[in-house]
Design a binder for this molecule. Structure first.
Ligand SMILES: [Zn+2]
Length: 430
């Protein structure tokens, strides 16, 4: 798009629990407990508050085979996404990639921005506390190349070995029971440049992970290299890989696909985490427990319902999300996006409409945004933003109609404070 700036389509991989478990069982015939567990079968409590029954028809869910689903509620096993969440940060280096400079400078590439990003996005409901009980580089016993870390590497054997070595090395200074999640900030000179390939990865809900101080290192994000696209914005935007990876720790799937960010564009950090800031979709905020039930409208009944939506990026108690379920697995979500909060790159204010399919797995396009202006080329000038969808929102007087179901979503108007009035019309549910 912009020849002077390299357009990057990272293809990061999320290792969901199911594949990790299967692989573990294939390698070791007896799991520690003798009873293999899955993410949804963990004994831990729910990740986020469970919505009320009035919203029941809108709590879509995927079938059992989906590793990491958009379904609500998020299964147990992931890190809590509300309240005080303690993040253990360990800076790791290797004999063939020695850490350059102060390890806390590496930490400083991600904080306090990541904390601020979560506070803003969650309206203060996620109190993210990054901690560095080991403030120096943790030197691993093997050289980097000895772990076989490459793009797409599975947890076994390389990451299991790396995590075990991290635990052993950090243990004198760290009580792993004190933390909800682990960020492994790898020295940026280990492995390839992020411009060539993205190694950053998260293993989430991984109860088969090595044990540290009696608890499995179940939710761990690994960040490599630097997401510096040469546009000069690294200092402001380079941290954004971490909230993306932590999104997985909280149970969010990848929204980009093999084809890049064409399904959701820049409307969610799980779709695009390079360059200009962007927030999460309202659906994800609900999934993470950052919206009250009263802020979510469930348009499940027949006839026409009226909804007033306040801008998603603004704090407050107003309505933020309307969901129109199609069946138990899919539906349309409706929200108002404006250039505010974490949404600095929004270039067209309006009502964003997107389809959510809880039966589609991470990285395969579980969400797709409806473009009100197909083939317009978009309105953004920001590098590394999927341009076409940047002007996707609907504006007053416009409507979207799903030809298959007859469902119609109309933007009726706005008031001076930026609230949008939306009508949802649907026939008898079939
Ligand atoms: Zn990801």
């Amino acid at each position: 798009m912009q020849p002077t700036s390299r357009r990057i389509r990272p293809r990061r991989r999320t290792a969901a629990l199911a594949s990790v478990t299967l692989l573990t069982l294939a390698v070791t015939t007896s799991a520690g407990s003798g009873q293999p567990t899955t993410g949804s079968a963990s004994a831990a409590g729910p990740v986020a508050p469970v919505p009320s029954s009035a919203l029941g028809p809108c709590m879509i869910s995927g079938s059992a085979g989906v590793q990491m689903s958009e379904g609500i509620p998020t299964p147990a096993g992931y890190a809590r996404s509300t309240g005080t969440v303690r993040a253990l940060n360990l800076m790791v280096d290797f004999s063939d990639a020695p850490g350059e400079g102060d390890a806390l400078d590496r930490f400083g590439e991600f904080f306090p921005q990541t904390t601020d990003w979560f506070r803003t996005s969650s309206y203060g409901r996620l109190d993210y506390r990054p901690q560095t009980p080991a403030a120096d580089w943790l030197r691993m016993p093997k050289p980097f190349r000895g772990y076989g870390i490459e793009r797409g590497a599975l947890f076994d054997p390389g990451y299991r070995e790396l995590v075990q070595d991290i635990v052993t090395t950090a243990d004198p200074k760290v009580d792993f029971r004190d933390y909800d999640l682990l960020n492994v900030l790898i020295t940026p000179n280990a492995g390839p440049s992020a411009l060539d390939t993205v190694l950053s990865v998260t293993f989430a809900g991984n109860t088969e992970a090595p044990i540290a101080d009696g608890v499995p290192v179940a939710n761990a994000s690994f960040v490599y290299s630097r997401q510096d696209d040469g546009s000069g914005s690294y200092a402001e935007t380079g941290y954004r890989v971490l909230p993306h990876e932590n999104g997985h720790v909280f149970g969010l799937p990848d929204l980009y696909t093999q084809d890049g960010g064409g399904a959701v564009g820049h409307w969610d950090i799980m779709s695009e985490d390079w360059g200009a800031d962007n927030d999460l979709l309202g659906w994800h905020k609900w999934k993470l427990g950052w919206l009250d039930d009263s802020q979510v409208g469930c348009a499940a009944g027949s006839g026409t319902t009226e909804h007033v939506l306040t801008p998603l990026a603004e704090p407050g108690t107003g309505g933020k999300l309307v969901f129109v379920p199609l069946d138990g697995r899919t539906g349309y979500a409706v929200e108002v996006r404006t250039p505010a909060g974490n949404d600095e790159s929004v270039c067209k204010t309006g009502v964003l409409i997107y389809k959510v399919d809880a039966d589609v797995d991470t990285g395969h396009g579980p969400i797709s945004v409806v473009d009100s202006t197909k083939d317009s080329g978009g309105c953004t000038r920001s590098p590394n933003v999927h341009a076409e969808l940047s002007d996707a929102p609907f504006t007053p007087g416009q409507y979207f109609k799903d030809l298959k179901t007859g469902i119609r979503i109309t933007v009726a108007g706005t008031d001076p404070t930026g609230n949008h009035r939306v009508y949802v019309t649907r026939g008898t549910r079939g």
